[in-house]
Design a protein around this ligand. Structure first.
Ligand code: ZN
Length: 64
């Protein structure tokens, strides 16, 4: 009996370390709502700007 009943299970594809969450609101980003900017992903333009403002604010710590 050579029953090949056991079919190779679908191997889980190696998960590349991809960014899946928005950097601004940290919500999981869906493919349909992907906003790509400067090598990072965001939900939309609004989140991108939010993140930019955050980074700017952090860099301005030593400004009088
Ligand atoms: Zn977002």
């Amino acid at each position: 009996m050579a029953a090949e009943a056991v079919k190779a299970q679908e191997e889980a594809k190696p998960k590349a370390e991809k960014q899946t969450n928005c950097l601004a609101c940290n919500k999981p980003i869906k493919k349909l709502k992907l906003y790509y900017r400067n090598g990072k992903f965001y939900c939309n333009k609004k989140c991108w700007r939010t993140f930019m403002d955050k980074s700017k604010a952090q860099g301005k710590e030593e400004q009088k």
